[in-house]
Write a protein that binds this ligand. Sequence first.
Ligand code: NIG
Ligand code: FE
Length: 419
Amino acid sequence: MTKAIFIRNASQLVTLHGGSDAPRVKAEMSELGIIENGSVWIEDGVIQAVGTDEELAAKYANRLAEAELVDASGKLVTPGLVDPHTHLVHAGSRENEFNMRLQGKTYMEIMNAGGGIHATTRATKAASHEQLYKESYNRLNQFLRHGVTTVEAKSGYGMDWETELKQLEVAKELQEKHVVDVVSTFMGAHAVPKEYKENPDEFVRVLVEDLIPKVAELGLAEFNDVFCEHGVFTPEQSRVILEAGKRHGLIAKIHADEIEPYEGAELAAEVGAISADHLLKASEKGMKAMAEKGVVGVLLPGTAYFLMAESANGRKMIDLGVPVALSTDCNPGSSPTVSLPFIMSLGCLKMGMTPAEVITAATINAAHAINRGREIGSLEIGKKGDVTIFNIENYMKLQYSYGVNHTDTVVKNGRVVVK
Ligand code: NIG
Ligand code: FE
């Protein structure tokens, strides 16, 4: 039994209560459930009570001495942030390509010339399990220092069994050993390996008949993702890959309409994906189909920023009823960052979202995008004791004072892990 922890007297305690059953849409995205002078009591890793400091101090009057006290006076307290889309497990970096892009080469040109995802694939193939684990472990530490307590992690820098397996095993080991929760996604369909360039359908067959069944059998992933993009996987190939995952119990996710409009949003709704991610070029029809099916739109404005592209239209998606979440897309090619708070600022400045909406997008809606809406993403009795304390007085300042890491204290599973 761990010691109880009592987080006291936050100037704003953002609870986000009431959103556990379904992701929040439209005006619900602005309902933060703020308690002023708010406190939380956590025990055995689980939230036991949430209320004003006065209420909780009275409730636990005869147990105050036994709890670890965390004074949050003058500070903002939120649920631990959730990042629902990362390529956490990879080796190396690609600042050389960054430089090439600044001189006019495009992301796709670099990839088609054997760089991009292929370059990171070579580095990831060459890295040992231990090297990959160490690099990814360090990145998780950085996520945690930015207030993130749960991270989704995709494979996809192998595209052969050996390397995909290595990435998924690293993710599994991180989940076991690192305090941040790591939720695993298989993304063998991240690019078409060059040996299949002339016959991409054969690679689709390998994914469907060999890799997906093996991943599912070993229980190494919960989700199956595909890069549905002109020049990568067609909507038809993507459908086949996602349906195969579903047959093996893997929930569908999709990188959709990132670089060109390709009816990825429509496909996400059709196959019942839990989320469609990127969506820079999604059509209105696709957005409406997502809204109807409750597909979470995971928006990645850091990727648009880094690729010097126009961001997805977050405002329009929210107005049409798409449940919107936000993520870093942390990866070495299109978004080498771990700062979800910076992404939240971009959500406001580049996608027309309000500060309240971006908080929802990086907590409860992000949790729903990875099927964790009942466990994390809000401060409610029975949820995991994952809490982030920011050294600012109110939630608007988190986006307003951008590019600054305001994280003060992080509590994970009811233990102080960053101070
Ligand atoms: O989400 N779009 C495809 N995959 C990643 C980028 C991966 C890379 O460039 O290494 C993304 O942007
Ligand atoms: Fe991605």
